[in-house]
Design a protein around this ligand. Structure first.
Ligand code: UD1
Length: 425
């Protein structure tokens, strides 16, 4: 039976919340543990479903993995399997991050491809061409991506677009290649920096992470390590927008505020008072937010994963906002649900124009992905009456203790199981 959330609008969210480790970091760090024989320990891991799923993927490749609350221990054997073509891999897209480590460690990787994605097409051409520049042959066969290499040799690689996943797979292949790799137009996301910090602790030689050029000098062997996962900037950003949308006052800890520089700046433009600390920030919104335009871009631009929150705040802001989605084309499906909640929105290609309304109007809505689901909950907090948010298993994949955290902040929300109306067709 699928769970749903019942959200009663009207409460002003107030108080403190701590974020745990970043989903988009921990999964890649777990995959990087494949690069070294022995036990790698990761701390500050988020307690979300994707972590045990990734553990299952690594077990399928021959590792022993224990998940104990926020600590994950991965023991990688001397020989790992090359074959990641099994159900656990197909279940979630992020498992494609084993492609780089398997190619460099075993000279061959077979990684099952997941099915369609709700946020738009997600090709692997840049992952493949990067590995090919390093000397691998890659192709798609029977629903899996295959990479084969007798030897990986460093190369100059320029990405067409700073793809997070391609940057990660190229990095984790190049660290064990022979010679120097220069990766240009690399992704600059904090999660890339986190991966590079851990790879360096494992003995990798690389510089330039956080800039568009990363230089990697391949080494013969890497060693297991212990590493603390960085805080989840998208979860932290969700709390920041929750404060602003409910005219509340929330202090968020466990996050470096520089990782959220632009989303917090945008909240200042909307009228929020922001204070930054070493390991967190506070957002206080004394009045109705003002309309601001947003466009999603690779880091340090506005993150596509916070786009539903940008739409949510614009839906209730004073004035008109234009939101432009530049990363994932299908993310505007979320707008249809927002319109059912009373948002005054017009979609034109990858732009949406929102004329803010005073209050949204409750109705049952359906989550299509992790961030859209969280965005609908925030919208429900700004609606009259009770909003039912369905398909919340998406939200559970990215937000540990979401309902509990919201309740602590004063929101009226509960999780219920049991029969519900079918989704409108
Ligand atoms: C990661 C994040 C996701 C976030 C996204 C952008 C994880 C598990 N997911 O996804 O939450 O929204 O970064 O910040 O970390 N592309 C190609 N060819 C490729 C690779 C990508 O055309 O070979 C395109 C994609 O279709 C998309 C854009 O590049 O339009 C960005 O994708 P990418 O940065 O690779 O995102 P992910 O790593 O999949």
């Amino acid at each position: 039976m699928k769970d749903r959330f019942l959200v009663t609008g009207g409460a002003r969210l107030e108080g403190s919340v701590k974020v745990s480790g970043a989903k988009n970091s921990v999964l890649k760090l777990m995959a990087a543990a494949l690069l070294a024989e022995g036990t790698t320990t990761l701390t500050n891991c988020p307690e979300i479903l994707d972590v045990p799923l990734m553990a299952e993927v690594l077990r399928g490749l021959g590792c022993e993995v224990s998940v104990d609350h926020e600590t994950v221990r991965i023991t990688t054997p001397a020989t790992v399997s090359s074959d990641a073509d099994f159900d656990a891999v197909r279940q979630f897209r992020a498992s494609v991050c084993v492609l780089g480590p398997l190619t460099s460690r075993t000279g061959r990787a077979v990684v099952a491809l997941p099915g369609g994605d709700a946020i738009g097409s997600r090709p692997l051409d840049m992952h493949q061409s990067g590995l090919e520049k390093l000397g691998a042959t890659t192709y798609i066969r029977h629903g899996a991506v295959v990479a084969e290499a007798t030897k990986l040799v460093g190369a100059e690689i320029e990405l067409d677009f700073p793809s997070v996943g391609a940057t990660e797979n190229i990095l984790t292949a190049a660290v064990l290649a022979e010679g120097r790799t220069v990766l240009e137009n690399a992704a600059r996301e904090p999660e890339i920096v986190d991966l590079c910090v851990m790879l360096r602790q494992m003995g990798a030689q690389l510089t330039g992470e956080g800039s568009p050029t990363i230089v990697i000098d391949g080494v013969d062997k890497l060693y297991p390590t212990q590493h603390e996962v960085i805080g989840d900037r998208i979860v932290a950003g969700t709390w920041a927008y929750a404060a602003a949308m409910t005219r509340g006052d929330i202090t968020v800890s466990g996050i470096a505020p520089r990782h959220l520089h632009l989303p917090l700046e945008m909240l200042k433009f909307a009228g929020a008072q922001i204070s930054s600390y070493e390991n967190g920030f506070r957002v206080n919104m004394p009045h109705r937010p003002k309309a601001v335009d947003y466009q999603t871009l690779p880091f340090p631009g506005f993150p596509t994963d916070l786009q539903p929150m940008a739409i949510g705040i614009s839906a209730i802001a004073e004035g008109t906002s234009v939101i432009t989605e530049n990363i994932f084309e299908a993310r505007f499906r979320f707008v249809d649900e927002m319109m059912r909640l009373g948002a005054d929105a017009t979609v034109d290609g990858h732009h949406v124009v929102l004329r803010g309304v005073e209050q949204l109007s409750s109705t049952p809505v359906w989550s299509s992905d992790i961030r859209a689901g969280a965005g609908l909950v925030l919208a429900g907090l700004c609606a009259d009456g009770e909003t039912e948010v369905h398909d919340v298993y998406h939200i559970d994949r990215g937000y540990p203790n979401f309902v509990e955290n919201l309740q602590q902040l004063g929101a009226k929300i509960e999780r219920v199981s049991g029969p519900a109306d079918p989704a409108p067709r």
